[in-house]
Design a protein around this ligand. Structure first.
Ligand SMILES: CCCCCCCCCCCC(=O)SCCNC(=O)CCNC(=O)[C@H](O)C(C)(C)COP(=O)(O)OP(=O)(O)OC[C@H]1O[C@@H](n2cnc3c(N)ncnc32)[C@H](O)[C@@H]1OP(=O)(O)O
Length: 191
């Protein structure tokens, strides 16, 4: 793991938000057109995440023929997306909006089409806006061998990050959708 992903000595253990979803609760998509979790992307990952214990989440992603790199095998970038999306879902447990600053991925086993990738992610430390986290993706069941893993640094941002940087068409459509506004507001209110 690179030094950029090693929390500084003064970093704190993560604290589960009191209003975080209960363990086992489905987290749903944060945006219908998200390539990782949205239902509106026909070739997307349709990753389904659930709240875990502490500051953790679990997720499942089924590799389809849309996700190939080599014949019959998942593309490494798609697997990195699955790890990134699962790590991004940790924001629900802290109730902050955060984006990926750095993602370091190890690919340990090839992942064939048809495989269910069982993902688990947890926050390991928080320092200011910096959120340090780690994730695994297992095959053959939730306790199967680790096929992919990642260490990451997410950086907390405000909703303005998306409003200022996103394309106006999609931003306006999202802001006109009451469900989307409700999801964004859920993260904005911090103790
Ligand atoms: C509506 C609901 C939607 C909910 C939306 C949820 C979406 C989840 C989707 C899945 C996750 C994604 O793919 S998100 C999409 C992919 N990621 C992105 O597009 C992010 C693009 N990058 C950026 O916008 C920016 O670089 C930021 C926001 C990450 C940081 O910029 P900034 O806000 O100006 O802050 P900055 O001062 O640079 O950095 C803050 C601290 O983090 C450190 N830091 C920043 N980047 C790195 C890095 N790569 N490696 C090491 N350290 C880093 C800095 O050194 C600093 O440490 P110190 O000096 O404080 O010690």
């Amino acid at each position: 793991m690179s030094t950029a992903l090693t929390p500084p000595a003064e970093a704190r253990p993560p604290v589960r938000h009191p209003d975080a979803p209960a363990p086992g609760e489905p987290l749903g998509a944060h945006y219908a057109y998200c390539f990782g979790c949205g239902g509106g992307q026909p070739h997307g990952l349709h990753l389904e995440a659930r709240a875990g214990e502490g500051v953790s989440v679990t997720a499942e992603f089924t590799v389809t023929t849309d996700h190939q790199g080599a014949p019959g095998l998942a593309h490494g970038g798609v697997l990195a997306t699955a790890l990134d999306e699962t790590l991004g879902a940790l924001g629900w447990m802290l109730r902050v909006i955060a984006v990926t600053g750095r993602l370091e991925t190890d690919f340990r086993l090839p992942v064939p089409v048809g495989t269910v990738l069982h993902l688990q992610a947890e926050v390991t430390a928080v320092h200011g806006r910096k959120i340090y986290s780690t994730a695994t993706g297992r095959i053959g069941g939730p306790e199967g061998p680790v096929a992919v893993r990642a260490d990451a640094l997410f950086v907390e941002v405000k909703v303005d990050h998306f409003i200022d940087n996103g394309r106006p068409e999609e931003i306006q459509a999202a802001m006109a959708d009451p469900d989307q506004v409700r999801r964004a507001r859920a993260f904005e209110v911090n103790p």
